[in-house]
Design a protein around this ligand. Sequence first.
Ligand SMILES: Nc1nc2c(ncn2[C@@H]2O[C@H](COP(=O)(O)OP(=O)(O)OP(=O)(O)O)[C@@H](O)[C@H]2O)c(=O)[nH]1
Ligand SMILES: [Mg+2]
Length: 310
Amino acid sequence: MRKLGFLGLDNAGKTSIITAITKRFGFEEEVIKMMPTRRIARDAFKFLGIEFIRMDFGGQTQYREEYLKNPTRHLSGIDLIYYVIDAQDYDRYVQTIDYLDEILLHLKEEQEYPPMCILFHKFDPEINRDLELNQRTLTIKQALMRYSTDFDIFFFETSIYDIKSIMDAFSSGLSLLFEKMEMVSQLFAEISKNYNSVLIALFDSRGFTIGEYYRPHLQLHEKVRIYKKYLEAQKKILSENRTLYEFSDKYENGERYSGLVEVLKFGNLEFYLLFVVEEDIENLERTVEILNKIESAKPQMENIIFQIIQ
Ligand SMILES: Nc1nc2c(ncn2[C@@H]2O[C@H](COP(=O)(O)OP(=O)(O)OP(=O)(O)O)[C@@H](O)[C@H]2O)c(=O)[nH]1
Ligand SMILES: [Mg+2]
């Protein structure tokens, strides 16, 4: 069993993030009405055959004081920390760094060094290019680098209005706990050379990314569009009890792409393979051919997955 801790000040968005990860679609209303978390809310899930306990540490002052008064009881034994910062709340930057300081101080005393994913959250799509926001978060990142001698620190920008940003941050964190997981992305990069693919990704049934390859220069809005398409495909697969779903779509600029989502089963675990290629309008048969060829890469994929599953 592994423990994940979500920490940060009150109102940072921890519970919203967990809700978004759990639901992936249709969570917006629930998140707007969110109440502050009391003490620590726990839930469990399985990933790659391992049991995880997710701990959502309510961030209101009285709870923070309680954790820090008895840190061994509350903060020890966590395998991975997601520290959530409300990136829009400049007035509380100092406060949130102070809290993180105290948490890390305790961990150091205990000689525990879990990897840290620091989420600059509420980095909403309509403001994510804002100069002040970017400058201010950069300053914090620089300040936080002082911890990197002791801890492995990873930064992410997330928003519940960009579900992909949340799933990416969460999955990247999990991947730190599975040594061989990066082999999947490496394999996909290899495969993509042969097939001129736009994207190859493998997700578990809850949408956590096991491995992923994107063509370099693929634009963010194109990624987001493909990911939405993927979510729709997964919904269809579930509701219609299918194992394969093929689709064809175009970007805003009119260029077309084709893709497939295929369910792969390993024992009682289910995975979803997403494979996307550019459409060759002149020669649609060629597109179909490429999509068929991904089949031949499956044994290698299966081999790696068996190594990762513990
Ligand atoms: N703009 C924006 N608002 C968000 C985002 N995520 C969460 N919120 C809002 O932030 C508020 C607080 O979210 P919570 O998830 O309850 O915060 P929390 O960190 O769990 O707070 P505590 O439980 O008190 O520690 C809610 O009103 C959410 O709607 C986001 O990505 N962007
Ligand atoms: Mg909460």
